[in-house]
Ligand binder design. Sequence first.
Ligand code: NAP
Length: 227
Amino acid sequence: MTETILILGGTKEAAALAADLIRDHPDWRVVTSLAGRTREPKPVAGEVRIGGFGGAEGLADYMRAQHVTRLIDATHPFATTISQNAKRAAQQAGVRLETRMRPPWRREPGDKWIEVASLEEARDAIPAGSRVLLALGRQHIAPFADRPDVHFVVRMVDPPETPLALPDHDLVIGLPGAVAKEEAALLIKHRVTHIVCRNSGGSGAYAKIEAARALGLPVIMVNRQET
Ligand code: NAP
């Protein structure tokens, strides 16, 4: 039976999955859905649709209209709203749902992690006078605005459209370094004393964790919430 697969994407793993499915099942229709947050998303094999569906109901309507036979949630582990919508929409539309979630990073010997449950807890865990690599998307930096006693180094994939509401910061535009050596060079150049990041898992953003381990720097790690 030919299938119509809808992949909820926006991750490297989702793009790899689309390519694998198309290679292994050339007769299947494979559609990857992106939220549209990145200005120039990397090319994805198969069909791509961009933008929100309008909640779980909108996603269920889309799946009915497109005769989707299987929904695969391969979104980022911190993209919790879309994952909750996927569960509800799959039930509503009677479509089988598979979830492909990256496992979280585990603490290795030499890691100095301060584990917290939220961005607000991360903000409060930063010692005064620190220099912090804020390895978070632009939509997550607002809680750090009331720490004028901290110097932030903010890394973003795309330049922000409006100035960041952080009192004291340097902006680094670009993707995370692929290897620890590259990340260590950035940490040393900016005299970083702490990293704040979320436990995303996967390999794409792990080099900074290895660099912090090598340099003996503490990482304030925001853990995942149950969805
Ligand atoms: P979110 O908070 O879970 O979702 C917010 C809304 O964005 C959803 O209700 C949905 O709008 C829309 N949306 C999210 N993912 C979508 C998708 N794949 N296709 C179509 N609409 C989508 O999500 P988020 O944290 O803003 O992340 C957005 C996307 O970026 C996700 O696809 C995720 O895989 C990717 N991403 C996120 C992070 C992160 O740190 N959160 C990191 C890397 C990549 P409607 O309700 O209108 O359908």
